[in-house]
Every structure is written in structure tokens, then in C-alpha cells.
Design a protein around this ligand. Sequence first.
Ligand SMILES: Nc1nc2c(c(=O)[nH]1)N[C@H]1C(S)=C(S)[C@@H](COP(=O)(O)OP(=O)(O)OC[C@H]3O[C@@H](n4cnc5c(N)ncnc54)[C@H](O)[C@@H]3O)O[C@H]1N2
Ligand code: MOO
Ligand SMILES: [Mg+2]
Length: 622
Amino acid sequence: MSSNLRVGVLTISDTASQDPAADTSGPSLCRLVEAEPRYTVEVIACIPDDHKVIQKTVTAWCDELDLHLVLTTGGTGFGVRDCTPEAVLPLLDRQTPGISHLIFAKSIQITPFAALSRAVSGIRGQTLVLTFPGSPKAVKENFEAVAKMLPHAIDLARGGTGKKTHEKMQGGPRPSGATPAAVEEKMSRRLRKSPYPLIPMDQALSSVMDRVVPLPSIQKPVDGSLIGAVLDEDVVAVEAVPGYRASILDGYAVIDTDGPGQYPVTAVSIATASSDGSAATLLPGQIARITTGGALPDGATAVVMVEDTLLVKSSEDGTREETVEILAKVRKGEAIREIGSDIQVGQTVLKSGQVISAVGGEIGVLASIGVQKVLVRQHPVVGFLSTGNEVVNHDNGEALKMGQIRDSNRPTLIAATKAAGFDYLDLGIAPDRPEDLEAAIKDGLAKCDIVVTTGGVSMGEMDLLKPILEQKLGATIHFGRIMMKPGKPTTFATVPNPDGGQPKLIFALPGNPVSATVTFHLFVLPALRKLAGYEKYMWPSVQATVAHDVWLDERPEYQRAVVSVTPEGSIKVQSTDKNQMSSRMVNMLGANSLMVLPGRTAERDSISTGQKIECLLISNLG
Ligand SMILES: Nc1nc2c(c(=O)[nH]1)N[C@H]1C(S)=C(S)[C@@H](COP(=O)(O)OP(=O)(O)OC[C@H]3O[C@@H](n4cnc5c(N)ncnc54)[C@H](O)[C@@H]3O)O[C@H]1N2
Ligand code: MOO
Ligand SMILES: [Mg+2]
């Protein structure tokens, strides 16, 4: 008998087939199976409670893949859609009631509800097929009930004598049991295939964004701390701008109908607060000296600039102008800013949802109408934790020891966060020790809305993040792998908020520096923007002409690139570097965009020079 028993794990559930991240039984079953070294989970799928789809899948797995063992979870109960036994039974050449009875006997000792399972089992061709109910608890109990005899049963079903298996089975119980890999036992029981389905990018993005809701709102003073904030109220002016009739020029307030001629200067209005709150009054045949921003005397209908006048007579001491000649005719209203001509009382100057920009317009307008505080969405705080025994602070001033690397992820992601205007917390570096990782993430969760870790999410024995999130932090992992390059093991989880607020978000990004940076831009920054209330939280994109042939990877790729506008006005895009390896940070140099490359197919393996491709603009155009 082969020492490598190839297993298929099939989740049968309408809900999970729509959102594989909601599937908990399938991944549990994978972990149970792979805890035993001689099994390899070769295929995982999540399908609806559909008679035909179940039959098609199970048939293909038995006949085409010739798996040793097919385990299904779900669809065995009394629910109206539950049809796994009805779909599977006709496929079986021989039923195996003993296995079904054993499972039932064990389960019924644990709960009387086991009586509600209609699970079946049997052999199709050379493949043993077992159907389990659809809960992680039930799959554990059911699998453990038969785990010991399965290799033997498979051996026999394949035409073996069972001798070898029998001997092995006599050697005592399996060394590490058939429970899910626990954090502490990761090394000896690590899975040989990831239990997390490889989900497409669009599904991963919506899985994140559907769970991100803007943070509550707070009142904030009108100052620089507002930059980047999103208003959560319409702002209506309660003051007019200008609040009085003001001159636009330095010159003379006149009555336009008086026309050109010589006039006595009867008043002076320089731009200052009036002591009694009133303006002077101008009578026909009089003019008033006025400065830019000065309040117009009552009765004045226009302002003549000083350059269009002549001084006729001044006081003896030269401090006052007494008579001035107006040289040209002026139109009514000329060079006057009427009350409310910029902003009227009652006018909505800013709308809810508007972002307070760093350009200054919004703060300037708010300040001009005397708004003291505005209601804005709280800005999220994101914590950054680097993980890895080999990772040291980049600025520790020490020479690297063999095997050490400088932490480039934290400085990179912190700088990008600052530039985007979000608050952050530096959570430092945690070694690959369960208790350190747990403590550091807990600390981050207590202080931040989002915790971003880098490293430790792939298949190595030191990749502890996923089990720690699930087993120690009570997090729900919504996805643990994405069909993308770079960033395949990108992991997203949520944990309940102890304060009762919305769940905290955890992004466990891959350790490779480019993977961490790219996935930060693709997932974390948009999530931060959505949390902060931005309506447009995704990156803008343009269609650009590729300046050279681009080879496609089997995974859809986000290639680092420079988008620029040619002198002729067209938009072109060029890769930053031929070598786009995800450990090679130099290929991020100068990147202002990510080319969105589709996965390679039999029909298409490259994008040729001159073809157009979508590019996400993650920085200003070059
Ligand atoms: N058997 C498999 N191995 C790997 C797979 C796989 O599917 N099967 N996926 C590969 C892919 S794709 C990626 S991406 C990486 C992800 O690795 P991890 O997230 O587990 O990260 P580590 O193993 O901890 O580190 C990977 C790499 O990055 C360096 N690193 C880590 N932290 C930092 C930091 N803060 N600054 C700079 N560099 C860092 C680390 O030293 C490693 O070289 O897994 C593949 N493996
Ligand atoms: O997906 Mo990994 O991020 O290629 O290196
Ligand atoms: Mg790793």
C-alpha cells in the first residue's frame, strides 16, 4: 500500500459554497487528516447542496483522480436541502455499514443529536467514501471514531491483504492523534497542504471590504488635525463672508452717479474693526478714502482705485487728503464685495462625506465662517508587527549575524501609512514563539483598530500566525490564501471587539518584503480609507500601453511598474525590473503603479508591447 494516501475533502453546503471563508468544517477536516503524516489532502472543494453537483464531484474524485479516500462534510441531516446520502448512495459499488455504525455508536455516546445524521459510507471502485455531518465538532468526532482503521480499510479496498497495515496498526495508537494541529505541536503535526482554499483576488477583496464599516464620528477642532478626515455632517454657514460690504481695492468709496470730478474726502475707512460697530455715511458729492478690505460707508455704491484719481488738495500738515479728483466714471457695484457674496448665511458649504484635504480649501472655508468644531469620522489606528526569529531592527547599528535580516517591512509600511495620513502604532518585532506572538498581537488589538503582521503565514514550521489567530486569539480567518502574485499566503481575520464596537481587523501579510508592501497597498490602505469613511477607498486605475512584452505568471499578478504620460499625451507603463521576485525590494523602487496582469492561460502567456493593461495608481504619475 502506498505510504501516501491521497484524500479529497468536500464541503457540501449552500452557504459555504457562496462564501468559502464561512466553511469551518472543511478546514477542520483537512487539519485532522493531515495531522496523520501518511495522508495528503490532494483536493479540497466547496459545493452547494445540489444532487447533481455532488454526484459529479464525487464521481470525478473516485474515477478520475482515483483518490484513496473521499471525505464529505455537510448535507447529511434532516434539512430540506440536505441530500448528500441520496446523492452518494447510488454511486457506491458496495456500502460499508460497519463504518457507518461505528461512527454512529461513538457519536451517540456524545450526543443524542447524532441520531439526526443520515450519513452513509461505502466503496466506489477503489475509493473509500465517507459522509460526515457539517460541523467541525461532528467531523472531529466522526473522523476520530474511524481514524485507526481507515488505512487498513483503504488497503483492503485497493486489493491489498491488509497484512502490512495490520502490523502497523498493532504498533499502538497513532503518535499524535487525530486532532487539529495545535500551536504548540506545530512542528510534528504541521499540515503538508494548506487547508485554506486559494481564493480569487476579487473574492478576497470583497471579503475584506464587506467587513469594514466606517468608524464612529467625533467632534474635532478646525485645525491641521482634520486633514484627511471625512465629514459626517453637512456644514451650513451661520456667518456670511464677507460679513460687511468690503472694498476690493485701495482707493475711494464713491457714489457712482456722481461721476468724474473733484470731491471732498469726508471719511476714511481702513480695514479694521469699527469701534461702534457702524460704518460712516456718504452723501452725494462726497467721497471716502478706503483700503482693500475696508468697510464701505453707507450710501457708497462703488470704489475707484487710487491710480484713477488725482490729489487736488491736502491739509496743511500733509496728513489728510481734503479734495481728490475722480478721473474716470465707475459702474455701480464696482470693486465692492457685497455681504455674503462669497458665502451666504444658510448656504451648505461642505457636504457630509467630503474629505478635508491637505490642499487647504476645506479648512480655509470652515475657518472663514467661524466653525469651531466639525463632526468627522474617527481616523483608524493601525499597528505594525514584524515577526520572525531572523528579523532585527534595521537601525540597531550592529552587523548582521548569519541568518539575520533587517526588518524592512515595518519602516516601509509605517512610512506608507504616514504618507496616507493615518495614525499608526509600532508594535516592534516578535520572535516566532507562540507566547510572544500572542502577547504582541493582543497588545496591538487592545490599542488599534487594525493589526498588520508580516511573516509567518506560509507553510514553514515557524509559520505560526494562522494557528495563533484561530486557537489563541479566537479570531475568525476569512481567508488564508489568495490566487495572486505576490501575496499568496495573505491572511485576513477578524476578532470580536471587547468594547462591543465593530470587530478588529487583522491582516497577516506575507514576510517577503514586496509581498508585504503590495498586499498592504491592495488590502490594508483601502480598508483604512473605508474605516475612515472614504467613499472612494479603492485605488484609481488607468488603461496604459505596455512599453515591452510582459510574461504572465500562472497566478494573476500585481507587477510593480511606472506609469507615465508620453509627450504625445498617451499613457504608457513599464515594469520597474525584469526580476519581480517577491523578496527583491529593489523592484518596488520608483513604482507608482501595479500592473494588473491576468493569470496565464493556454491561449495567452504574455501581453505584447503596445497592448493596453489596467494599472492601479498607487502614487503620483511619473
Ligand atoms: N511550502 C511552501 N512554502 C512557501 C509558500 C507555499 O505556498 N508553500 N509560499 C511562499 C510565498 S508565495 C510567500 S509570499 C512566502 C511567505 O512567507 P511567510 O509569510 O511565511 O513569511 P516568512 O516565512 O516569515 O518570511 C518570508 C521571507 O521574508 C523575510 N522577512 C520576514 N519578515 C521580514 C521583515 N520584517 N523584513 C524583511 N524581510 C522579512 C524572511 O526572512 C523570509 O526570507 O512563503 C513562501 N513559502
Ligand atoms: O506570493 Mo509570494 O508573495 O509570491 O512571494
Ligand atoms: Mg514562512
